[in-house]
Design a protein around this ligand. Structure first.
Ligand code: HEM
Length: 237
């Protein structure tokens, strides 16, 4: 006698969430590894080494000064995107170790912006302070870049624990919200440069990335403003 057994269902493919979690945990563990920070430090130095190498080997093209100016500008913008990515990525993935990188990446933004400004002051202006002062108002795109650069200075100067203690966390956080203004100015600077050449591809790319990252932070910005209002109302009462 044959018994017709009910067709058994093939086991459903379980592990999707398990695999994701494991991978996420693995990445999280790697990010927290002692070696991760020095690796990121060296990776951030590579664009500079590439530019120096290109200048020494004369492989930067017909106009090396322009290549250096553009290269340092682009890397400032890319690192700015990375800095703004840290918090949303940490919140989305739970990779707490990422927080340790934010300061270093932020200082690298300032480092590349300083190199970019120095390239302009040296290669474009021959370190002639009078010429720089006359040039900035004449070229509004450069003025916008300069304002963004000046705004980076207090952020870099207060990126250390002692400055956080000295300012107090709420004031420090308020100051560091300037990074969003800097991001908008950086995109405006880039847009201004490229609009004269009618080349918008990269501007749309970086502008789009920054817009998404700013939008991701807008929720927490609103929460922060509401908290500050409550705090102020509390101190007035
Ligand atoms: C946060 C600060 C800054 C960022 C993110 C930034 C970004 C950029 C980028 C991405 C480019 C490349 C444009 C291209 O490839 O066509 C560029 C070019 C340039 N930037 Fe900046 N910049 C900043 C600050 C400054 C400052 C302070 C100055 C000078 C006062 C400056 C002057 C220039 C000049 C002269 C160019 C070359 C324009 C050209 O090719 O015609 N930038 N910048």
């Amino acid at each position: 006698m044959t018994t017709a057994s009910a067709p058994t269902r093939p086991p459903s493919p379980q592990p999707t969430p398990g695999v994701t979690v494991t991978l996420r945990q693995r990445i999280g563990r790697w990010l927290g590894h002692r070696a991760a920070k020095p690796v990121v430090f060296i990776l951030c130095l590579l664009p500079l080494l590439w530019l120096v190498w290109g200048a020494v080997m004369n492989t930067l093209g017909a106009n090396p000064a322009e290549a250096i100016l553009r290269g340092t500008g682009l890397w400032t913008l890319r690192l700015l995107c990375l800095v703004l990515l840290v918090t949303p990525l940490r919140q989305a993935t739970g990779w707490a170790a990422l927080a340790r990188w934010r300061r270093m990446l932020g200082l690298y933004v300032f480092f590349y912006a300083s190199l970019h400004f120095l390239s302009y002051a040296w290669l474009d202006m021959g370190f002639d302070l009078d010429a720089i002062v006359r040039d900035l108002p004449k070229r509004p795109f450069a003025l916008v870049g300069f304002v963004a650069f000046v705004m980076l200075i207090p952020l870099a100067a207060t990126s250390f624990n002692r400055a956080i203690r000295w300012l107090g966390a709420p004031r420090w956080q308020m100051l560091h919200k300037l990074v969003y203004v800097i991001a908008v100015l950086a995109v405006l600077h880039f847009l201004w440069i490229r609009s004269s050449k009618h080349r918008y591809g990269d501007v749309v790319l970086y502008g789009g990335i920054l817009a998404l990252l700013l939008a991701a932070r807008l929720g927490s910005l609103r929460a922060w403003i509401a908290k500050q209002r409550e705090r102020l109302a509390g101190t007035k009462a």
